[in-house]
Write a protein that binds this ligand. Structure first.
Ligand code: FMN
Length: 191
């Protein structure tokens, strides 16, 4: 694992998603691995930390999540804007070499089978909390975060430090039609 990738305490894992970034969802089962983009992902609980993500029935990644019971949510950055859009525009169902075509490289955290995307800013490995009604009716998946990591270039001591990390590290926030915003200025409430 990259020396800059360090574990994040589970108590602080929600902070990786609190600013509402577009994320990448990765999963693997039976030798098949996939990664897709998801704008509809959100923190759900502090401890144990839980998150939600909407996985449409048309996506191949969803099947891997259902079969393996695990998935990872990762926070991509401006350096990965093309990759993020590409994994959100192509399906493994009709493009077997999707990950190579999209330039996705994977790595593993010790003790976890779920593949993680190289170059992201933060990673949350999640165990699926099966809720068949929500999954079937709303495409809504809940995960309990079992491990979290972040790159110290941009997340240090439990906090994002976008302003000092440089433009490539800014998180992506999807609008539509291939347009994103990169996260903007820090604004602190006066107390
Ligand atoms: C920026 C972006 C955000 C997306 N957000 C979601 C989402 O929240 N949920 C979803 O089901 N699909 C979302 N998609 C679409 C999937 O990423 C897309 O269907 C992808 O091709 C699925 O890949 P797969 O079939 O290989 O799993 C998004 C696409 C883009 C480009």
């Amino acid at each position: 694992m990259d020396l800059h990738v360090l574990p994040v305490e589970l108590e602080k894992a929600y902070r990786l998603l609190n600013h509402g970034p577009t994320v990448l969802v990765s999963a693997t089962h039976g030798g098949v691995t996939d990664v897709m983009a998801a704008a509809w992902s959100c923190a759900l609980d502090f401890m144990p930390p839980k998150i939600t993500v909407v996985l449409d029935k048309s996506t191949s990644t969803r099947g891997l999540v259902e079969q393996s019971g695990y998935f990872a949510i990762q926070v991509p950055n401006m350096a990965q804007i093309d990759l993020t859009y590409a994994v959100g525009s192509m399906s493994l169902a009709d493009t077997p070499d999707k990950l190579a075509k999209c330039g996705v490289e994977l790595f593993h955290a010790e003790g976890h089978e779920t593949p993680l995307v190289v170059g992201c800013s933060g990673w949350l490995i999640c165990k699926l909390v099966p809720e068949p009604h929500n999954q079937q009716t709303y495409d809504l998946f809940i995960g309990e975060v079992v491990a979290a990591y972040a790159d110290t270039h941009v997340f240090r001591n439990g906090h994002w430090e976008f302003e000092s990390a440089g433009p490539d590290w800014r998180s992506l926030h999807y609008i539509a039609g291939g347009t994103f915003y990169a996260i903007g200025e820090r604004a602190v409430v006066k107390t």
